[in-house]
Write a protein that binds this ligand. Structure first.
Ligand code: PMT
Length: 319
């Protein structure tokens, strides 16, 4: 492993059970790889960057994890095995549709059929009111079938540090799959952090006046991922901007710098309905019309359709 891996080990202390997750990812990749299945690592959600060692405050970002969670469902539908590396409590495949539901309003207590003698206490069971959970039967069936298939491996991160260690471990696990491995880096990863050695231990006191902090640059993971960690894999990064006029130029710059296969470019305000899939030689605009939106079409379905077919060409050596 090249220098960035050493830097991650030295400067970012992991808090999650990284070793256990690393083993699970290795077994998952081996199992599906030996069955000739394609495996995609999806990163999803934002990262939390602590400002104090005994953390009271942290720097976070806007990402809900919806892009990653929805994409996971479409990759599973397309037959991929999915490692879903997501921020703790960000959106999750299938259950994402009900994040705004108060479950206590959707459930009812009803009497269960009595099998015992009349002397025992009446049994109760819980039923879901489907009007509060639109489409729940179909979603539950899909979820249970995917769970039973063993094609979804969820792995959680919380802090930036966890994310970096787990991405490195995932790359190690997927590298032996060569071109059959895909990296779909939709997480919004912090570009800045405070090294553990420079972080105050205790809560920063407001009595000390206005806060001034200097943060270091987080190493870009794309560079060692493409060059050293999984050099044969199909790698997709995302580029988020708020100014549409610089979007394509920034996406092209990323492709030139990291030399990976695809950048999916999106603008914060329109990210649910419009993206541009940028490669060395092409720019494909994908969008969801108002009519499609009312019919429940999601932009992630179009992104995944586009990328799975590019992945096929890549495997066949055509891209
Ligand atoms: O989660 P949602 O609310 O649905 O929103 C989806 C999204 C807008 C977060 C998603 O579509 C998206 O654009 N994700 C990437 C946003 C981003 O942080 O872009 P960036 O320009 O900072 O990073 C570019 C790429 O480099 C990303 O693929 C990132 O995974 C990667 N990166 C970033 C930092 C870092 N240290 N190492 C990296 O490899």
């Amino acid at each position: 492993m090249a220098e960035p891996a050493e830097r991650i080990r030295r400067e970012f202390a992991p808090q999650a059970e990284v070793e256990e997750a690393a083993r699970a990812m290795e077994v998952f990749a081996k199992t599906h790889g030996s069955e000739g299945r394609r495996v995609v690592l999806i990163t999803s959600g934002g990262t939390k960057v602590p400002l104090e060692s005994r953390t009271v405050r942290f720097l976070d970002n806007f990402s809900s994890g919806r892009r990653g969670a929805a994409s996971a469902e479409y990759f599973l539908q397309a037959g991929y095995a999915v490692i879903f590396l997501h921020r703790h409590r960000s959106m999750y495949p299938y259950s994402r549709r009900y994040t705004a539901v108060n479950w206590l309003d959707a459930l009812q207590i009803v009497p269960a059929p009595q099998t015992d003698s009349a002397l025992t206490e009446p049994k109760l069971k819980v039923e879901a009111d489907q009007t509060n959970l639109p489409g729940i039967v179909g979603v539950l069936k899909d979820y249970q079938s995917i769970k039973g298939s063993g094609r979804l491996l969820p792995v959680e991160f919380n802090t930036l540090s966890d994310y970096l260690h787990l991405l490195l471990a995932a790359a190690k696990a997927l590298s032996p799959l060569g071109a059959n491995a895909m990296f779909y880096l939709a997480a919004a990863v912090s570009d800045f952090y405070i090294p553990a050695s420079e972080m105050p231990e205790h809560k920063i006191q407001s009595s000390s006046g206005p806060l001034q902090i200097t943060m270091k640059m987080v190493p870009k993971m794309l560079s060692p991922l493409v060059k050293d960690w999984a050099p044969k894999a199909f790698v997709i990064s995302f580029k988020l901007e708020t100014d549409p006029s610089i979007l394509i130029e920034r996406a092209r710059k990323a492709l030139e710098t990291y030399r990976h296969q695809v950048v999916v470019a999106n603008v914060l305000d329109t990210r649910r309905s419009y993206v541009v899939v940028v490669t060395d030689v092409s720019e494909s605009k994908l969008s969801v019309s108002d009519d499609e939106e009312t019919r429940g079409v999601e932009i992630e379905h179009k992104i995944v359709d586009d990328l799975t077919s590019r992945h096929s060409s890549f495997i066949e050596g055509l891209q």
